[in-house]
Ligand binder design. Structure first.
Ligand code: 5GP
Length: 142
């Protein structure tokens, strides 16, 4: 897959972005179509199209920076009451830009953003069955 997206241009400074944080590995900037005011994206500087191809140290750093930004959002003029961290990995998860990015979404009462209602609790046997399948897949990872 071609790793080039508009985010590569933003990292290189060839496309405009309202930057809020940068270090050697990570860049954070305002989302151009914010879910709520102050919505940020945190991206690795080295493009990876999806989580499977993202260096795990950099993945950890995305979360670390997201955690720091959540605190900054609360203390900024955005003045939110809460924050959602969200990452879409793959088309079926809603990913549109194939350069991994962590959404940092400020929340205030009545902002209208959110996941659909709470599903029912499945039988424990169903949870145990899938847990075993996922443990097996984990053991097969390198
Ligand atoms: P996804 O659906 O892939 O998780 O989210 C992609 C996000 O990137 C969207 O929230 C969209 O608004 C944002 N986005 C797409 N193109 C640009 C751009 O050129 N600049 C900025 N700042 N955000 C972008």
């Amino acid at each position: 897959m071609n790793p080039y997206t508009i985010f590569s241009d933003i990292v290189a400074g060839r496309a405009p972005a309202s930057r809020v944080y940068e270090d050697d590995d990570v860049l954070a900037f305002m989302d151009i179509r914010p879910m709520t005011p102050g919505h940020l994206l945190v991206i690795p500087k080295v493009a990876a199209p999806d989580l499977a191809r993202l260096d795990s140290e950099i993945g950890a750093k995305l979360f670390k920076v997201g955690q720091m930004l959540a605190r900054a959002l609360r203390e900024s003029e955005v003045g939110c009451d809460g924050v959602n961290l969200f990452l879409a990995d793959g088309v079926m998860a809603g990913q549109e830009v194939f350069h991994v990015h962590l959404h940092v979404i400020p929340r205030t009462a009545g902002d209208g953003f959110g996941l659909r209602g709470r599903p029912r609790t499945p039988p424990r046997a169903d949870l145990d069955y899938l847990a075993a399948s996922i443990r097996g897949a984990l053991e097969r990872l390198e």
